[in-house]
Design a binder for this molecule. Sequence first.
Ligand SMILES: Cc1cc2nc3c(=O)[nH]c(=O)nc-3n(C[C@H](O)[C@H](O)[C@H](O)COP(=O)(O)O)c2cc1C
Length: 390
Amino acid sequence: MRPVEIKPNVYWVGGIDWDLRYFHGYLTPRGSTYNAYLIVDDKITLVDTVKHYLFDEMLGRIKAVVDPSRIDYMVVNHVEMDHSGSVPKIMELAPGATVITSPQGKKGLERHYKKDWNFQVVNSGDEVSLGSRTLKFVHTPMVHWPDSMVTYIPEEKLLLPNDAFGQHIAATGRFDDEVGWEVVHEEAAKYYANIVLPYGDQVNKALDVVSRLPVEMIAPSHGVIWRSYLDRILPVYRRWANHETERKALIVYDTMWGSTKKIAQALQEGLEEAGIPVTMRCLQTSHMSEIMPDVLVSKAILVGSPTLNNGMLPSVSGFLTYVRGLRPKKRLGLAFGSYGWGGQGAKEVKAALEAMGWEVPLDVVNIQYIPNGDELAAARETGRRLGEMI
Ligand SMILES: Cc1cc2nc3c(=O)[nH]c(=O)nc-3n(C[C@H](O)[C@H](O)[C@H](O)COP(=O)(O)O)c2cc1C
């Protein structure tokens, strides 16, 4: 339960959730952390907290540095309970502390905890002096809730952006270079694709703000702290925010008797003939949160469903509902599937792709029952034509 001094007198005092495997609908095979930061200055400040069940772990780390009753400021960058869940217990230990948050943060905290704390509402650009350090607040609404803000400490060139730049990684090392670029990039992409993707415009504004600040270290509220790979992750975030993709295709499908899978394989062959790398995901074996990193980087997304009871399979409609909410833009879509008599499944998929504003340049590949050789050759040709459009 040791705290980690990340800058002089700035300590990581969060909690490590080694066992977390499911986080509001998102699989987290590497677990996660909830990062809280303690700043010891004339005024003692805690920035964010941890999920309620890790309170004791966080408290142990705080106590190793200061008596928690001495906390003057409790900064809440984001109201979601993985970060604010231990605020009530901190406020019991430090009843004289002031809760610093955004206007939406105050409303959100009141709705969550029904407490009459001493609030200091801060607007974007406001500063609070701690003595030898300053807290500067910048609102980042909808990255990823209306209350979200970041805290910047200019004297330390340290940005505490809460969920932005987060990754679900539980590790003993607190820094990006202790985990390695491959892992931290993979988890940052997965986090972005499943949480932040709808808010590209707001991320771009936040990146503009960051680019004007001297930043040496970005300490998010999940996972490891960016100190060595800042030059790499900032341009990657910009590309994600701009919905820039690669010359890649993703095929996502489900099947009852295997025919839609045969069509998926024919489309894959055609795309590969056109020189396009393809990732294949069957919804029976891949969780939709695991598929989202491929959605993030793929220009073409092909979705297949057989027809079941006059519609698409529920697994496919669930996936499309999830993707629609995450709003990836500038994609090429294609719908396909097998049917028995009505064939509505693949047609519904096509309508869903178009409703997301994607370009769907080719007709649906909809084949009755088990595809024959000619039909598979035609599907392969469709894949090749799509590949040439990427
Ligand atoms: C329970 C069930 C319901 C089905 N309902 C429809 C339907 O409403 N309309 C239709 O065109 N085909 C329907 N079918 C036929 C399937 O779409 C057809 O068997 C198709 O080839 C299955 O593709 P798959 O091998 O990819 O699962 C149904 C099949 C099953 C097993």
